[in-house]
Write a protein that binds this ligand. Structure first.
Ligand code: MOS
Length: 736
């Protein structure tokens, strides 16, 4: 295993920087027509009248697709209910109802993008509006309990909360809130749909090609294998591309209606409504502790909004269930309906927002108790998941705390708020705990070797820009026993062996073991071919006596008897040798609670006169099992921290209280961090050997980086200024 873990460069790096990597809207398709999505301008009601005359008169317009002329989808199919279709509840123009502003209500198709957009602007739609629920403060008076929180129960209880709250010497009862945040990948959603008779090819920017295939085929009521989804590159996902949204199906419907391939790309403003967002959360934290800091009780009550058409809950309380040894605990999740688009998974859904509340409240409790915030975490450290009542498969959090504190210089922190300064800036040091669950699904992969010795591994997985191509190549090379340069990895095609969603930080954990298994199986197959062939120097040996190095098989006892894989394949009649392997998670999750952990330390410099916060330094130390690539892995964790700084200081979607439309639905006014906002970030990964999570020992790193960061910043801001900001983002108005 000499390639796994090595800091090799991205195998897709050249394609990316040279511009030859094609994203979904960039594939050349003959006869392509261009679509522009039309979205509602009211938050609630019905379309009462559509006047398409002027739109249809724009030269080059091929179709104005509305609920009045759209093809009717089957209401029920074998694949599942179509209205609502399988997967998410979509807006497919099957009725005139409007449930939120910016909801898809029409699609205009034309010869050019410009003509489609021009015609879209000339489409007149009248609405009968009804009263909309747009105020979260009002909406949250009418909450309901969701059925599930991801795969877990909405509410949990252990011990006796009231008794626990009363038995502590100190308690707090504080509500934190987080705003609506939008994913804003640099590549907006885009789809090209091309029908060939009953067969449909979709180029789609997605985190889950198989999900697109299942949803689209199910919605049209056709066999799954009639739909092929291609997605070689994704320009960022962050969760919004984990679900299939309306525009994907609408694009295929439009292509069917015009009898030509159609491209539908969302513009930036259309990314703020019909493709999900992180919802507002209100999180009430109650903690009680003995004077030595040991928690006697904890409660985490989350209220988030969802749309009028579907339940989706931000799972903010899940981290509280497993993080600290609190004997008495309750967690609840409630939903308030609003006339906004359905929320969805976004950058560590639950742990990102939940860690802001939990880790801020732990900091507040530490001050109440007069105990160092890091020490308070250590006094409540648990080797067992108290929520699931299972041992952790591995947990290096103590080491993360210690390594991080040393590297950051936590000991130089004067615990007194407002006690540290640098020039005319107040300096604050804060910390928080990071965690994200280690999940895994079934994955499949194939491995093929050619007569020239080159090997190709394939799986229908995705690379969101995170390094899937690269780390799968590393795993494949080690599993087969050949140099990295001899292996390539193909993904982005739904006809390849099935892979799960690239969400929940699961791609390496799910697809990696399949690639590993495929490499081993291919090596074994080649060995079998060689030892059975009289022409091979290995003829007559037992397979288990044969070892591999650098693409050569050799007899362990007599290394002079050796042969290259290329020679074995060349002599083999079929021209290539191929295997397919599958890897299953089994029932490990019944026996172990599996999580990655980390500790994040932040130094802020606050200008009290202006209220500005600069994050001068972040140190994040993580226990994530075996890191697959030291370079891409560090980058990914660093990227997560940058996302956390965005959450802490900048990101917030503001909806117009009158009509529910995002007023900052663009990258000029929805602020994400830029280089100038980012100080010095240090990432360290501790050695961690986890034999349980999967055969690679790798825990997902896609999302843990963002967790804890917002709380660490808020805690540092309190330390600097004595002001506690409990609602994100920490903008300057809140500090003046
Ligand atoms: Mo991630 S929010 O599970 O794509």
């Amino acid at each position: 295993m000499k390639n796994i873990g090595a800091p090799i460069n991205r195998t897709d790096g050249w394609a990316k920087v040279s511009g030859s990597a094609r994203y979904s809207a960039e594939h050349p398709v003959a006869g392509l027509a261009h679509a522009f999505l039309v979205t509602s301008t009211v938050p609630s009601g019905r379309i009462s009248r559509i006047d398409a005359q002027e739109a249809e008169a724009v030269p080059g317009v091929l179709l104005v697709m509305t609920h009045e002329n759209v093809l009717q989808l089957p209401r029920e199919t074998k694949a599942g209910k179509v209205s609502p279709p399988i997967g998410r509840v979509l807006s497919l123009l099957q009725d005139a109802d409007v449930h939120y502003n910016n909801q898809p209500v029409a699609v205009v198709v034309a010869e050019t993008f410009e003509a489609a957009r021009e015609a879209a602007s000339r489409l007149r739609i009248d609405y009968e509006t009804t009263a909309a629920r747009l105020d979260f403060e009002v909406a949250k008076q009418y909450v309901h309990q969701p059925e599930k929180v991801l795969t877990q129960k909405p509410d949990t209880r252990r011990g006796d909360l009231q008794a626990g709250l009363l038995s502590g010497s100190t308690s707090i009862d504080i509500t934190y809130s987080t705003p609506v945040e939008h994913h804003n990948p640099i590549e907006p959603h885009a789809t090209i749909a091309a029908w060939d008779g009953e067969y449909l090819t979709l180029y789609d920017s997605t985190q889950y090609m198989k999900g697109v295939q299942k949803t689209v085929s199910g919605t049209f009521g056709i066999e799954e294998d009639k739909v092929t989804v291609l997605c070689p590159y994704v320009g960022g996902g962050f969760g919004c591309k984990g679900s299939v949204w309306s525009h994907v199906v609408l694009c295929a419907m439009a292509a069917k209606m015009v009898g030509r391939p159609v491209k539908l790309a969302l513009d930036r403003t259309q990314m703020f409504g019909p493709v999900g967002q992180r919802p507002v959360t209100d999180q009430r934290m109650r903690l009680a502790a003995m004077s030595d800091g040991r928690l006697t009780a904890s409660a985490h009550d989350t209220i988030a909004y969802t749309s009028m058409i579907e339940d989706w809950i931000e799972p903010s309380g899940l981290m509280t269930r497993m993080m600290y040894a609190s004997p008495n605990q309750e967690t609840t999740h409630r939903l308030a309906r609003m006339n906004l688009g359905t929320p969805t998974f976004m950058r560590a859904p639950g742990e990102a927002s939940g860690s802001f509340a939990l880790e801020s409240s732990m900091d507040e409790l530490a001050y109440e108790l007069g105990i160092d915030p890091l020490e308070l975490r250590l006094r409540n450290y648990t080797e067992r998941d108290p929520g699931k009542d299972l041992p952790f498969s591995s947990k290096s959090l103590r080491q993360c705390y210690e390594t991080g504190a040393a590297r950051f210089g936590w000991s130089r922190r004067n615990p007194q708020p407002r006690s540290m300064a640098a020039g005319d800036k107040l300096v604050g040091l804060g910390m928080a705990t990071a965690t994200y669950p280690t999940n895994r699904s079934q994955g499949k992969a194939s491995a093929t070797i050619h007569p020239d010795g080159s090997a190709v591994f394939r799986s229908s997985t995705q690379d969101l820009g995170t390094g899937t191509y690269t780390v799968m190549t590393q795993i494949a090379a080690d599993a087969l026993g050949v140099p990295v340069a001899q292996v390539s990895f193909e993904l982005g095609n739904s006809t390849l062996p099935e892979a799960p969603v690239s969400g929940g930080s699961t791609t390496v954990a799910s697809v990696g073991p399949a690639v590993l298994a495929a490499g081993h199986a291919l090596r074994l197959k080649l060995t079998g071919i060689a030892v059975a062939n009289e022409a091979s120097p290995l003829f007559g040996a037992l397979a288990e006596e044969v070892d591999v190095q650098n693409g050569e098989l050799f007899l362990r006892a007599d290394p002079a008897r050796r042969e290259t894989m290329a020679a074995i394949v060349s002599r083999h009649g079929s021209g290539l040798v191929e295997v397919v392997a599958s890897a299953d998670p089994g029932d490990t999750s019944k026996h172990y609670s599996m999580h990655a952990f980390g500790a994040v330390f932040v130094e802020v410099h606050v200008d009290e006169l202006l209220g500005t916060v600069r994050v001068a330094r972040v140190v994040g130390v993580y226990g994530v099992g075996k890191l697959m690539n030291a370079k891409t892995g560090h980058s990914q964790l660093m990227g997560g921290i940058v996302g956390g700084l965005g959450m802490a200081l900048f990101e917030e979607t503001v909806f117009d209280a009158r009509n529910g439309r995002a007023v900052n639905g663009n990258l000029a006014e929805y602020h994400i961090p830029v280089n100038a906002d980012i100080g010095h970030i240090e990432v360290e990964v501790v050695d961690e050997d986890d034999p349980h999570v999967n055969p690679l020992g790798a825990k997902g790193i896609g999302e843990i980086g963002i967790t804890g960061v917002a709380a660490a910043v808020a805690n540092a801001v309190f330390h600097a200024t004595g002001k506690r900001v409990r609602d994100l983002p920490i903008t300057l108005d809140k500090l003046l």
